[in-house]
Design a protein around this ligand. Sequence first.
Ligand code: EPZ
Length: 420
Amino acid sequence: MEKYLLEKSLNIKGDVFIEGAKNACLPILAASILSNGNTIIKKVPFLSDINVMCSLLEEIGISIIKDLKNKYIQIDTKNIFNKKVSYDLVKQIRASFLLAGPMLARFGKVSIQMPGGCAIGVRPIDLHLKGFKALGAEILQEHGVIEINAKNRLIGTEIYLDFPSVGATENIIMASVLAKGTTVISNCATEPEIVDLIEFLNKMGAKIEGGGTETIKIKGVDSLNNCEHTIIPDRIEAGTFLVLGAATKGELNILDVNCEHLKAVTSKLREINVDIEEKDNKIFVSGKNIFKNVDIKTMPYPGFPTDMQPQFMSLMAIGNGTSIINETIFENRFMHASELGLMGANIKIEGSSAIINGVEKITGAKVKATDLRAGAALIIAGLCAEGISEISDIYHIERGYYNIEEKLKKIGAKIRKIKE
Ligand code: EPZ
């Protein structure tokens, strides 16, 4: 089993180049099912999740050529066919369910295993299915498999999402781009990753308006072409390094970012009294000041992102005073609190809130990454703790952070990977 060993690394310094966004690349790869001809996707973060999605596409006949050095993928769907993709791939990433919408649109029917939940919550797909049904599809769920059948062509309609689900918004957009007539999705998610997916689809000939707002209108077309697209920067990777620079009292230049996408994160860091300077696609962060305690409530975009909640918990764990984090998106996204507790953090969980009483110092311990962002939080804590920390189950971390060990070493963090 691979583990990270970390030692206290204060005053880290240097440049960090941010990758393309995992959570934009995954739906865009799924949407390539709707393309015809050669499509090129640039600034691809070749993470394990991306590689699993590519394997799923190859299972339905799509040819994928990866250029790891130049970080792009060439996709050709000329030999595409409809089949149920294998469960051992589906169960590795929840984003596999994003195949449902485009396969339903292209083939008129799809059979796919339920993606199942994960550490942070049950992760239901009822809103995805509500959208497919509204578009005219019949749905049969049994033995963990979902059969979705659009007898004839899907028909555009009005859909209201009870919650602005990112995945449901993406799946319904992809299902409706080839429907007969117009679809209007209300109360939809407005995340930048959805805007990127819409830009990709419109480049291929889709007619989608309202990306980034709570109402998206999709005028059905008969077919889509191919295109060339560059993935937006990963706002969560960027936010993670901003918090890391602050927590370790360091100074970092975070490069190739979209500052607009990080407003909730940078304004919260400024509230804490972290120095943040934004210029073009660069953010400078310095953690030299004395920090204040702040409260955080996670919300759908443009509110404070749930994917940054664990990292902020590590930042607030050291210091004096009390911070409260209210996690409103996922029902079980505080597992990192007990791991931080092993390092001496003083954190109490009360329902959907975590009460963090800052301590003077935390100490290195053997801890376990329970999910992607929790793992990132433990790296931040391990680089601030006295003594050596050992993080296991680091596959979670490497799902979402490309080349993180090298990137950390380059800025002076004492981290190394061991195999046991
Ligand atoms: C996406 O997950 C991201 N994943 C998550 O990032 C992110 O945390 C989440 O959006 C929220 O921003 C990808 O984009 C691949 P949701 P998704 O549907 O689409 C409930 C990471 O760390 N819900 O917006 O699954 C659900 O239970 C990952 O990179 C329903 O009730 O999130 C949850 O409470 C973790 N019914 C809430 O909505 C549904 O049909 C948000 O889920 C769908 C969702």
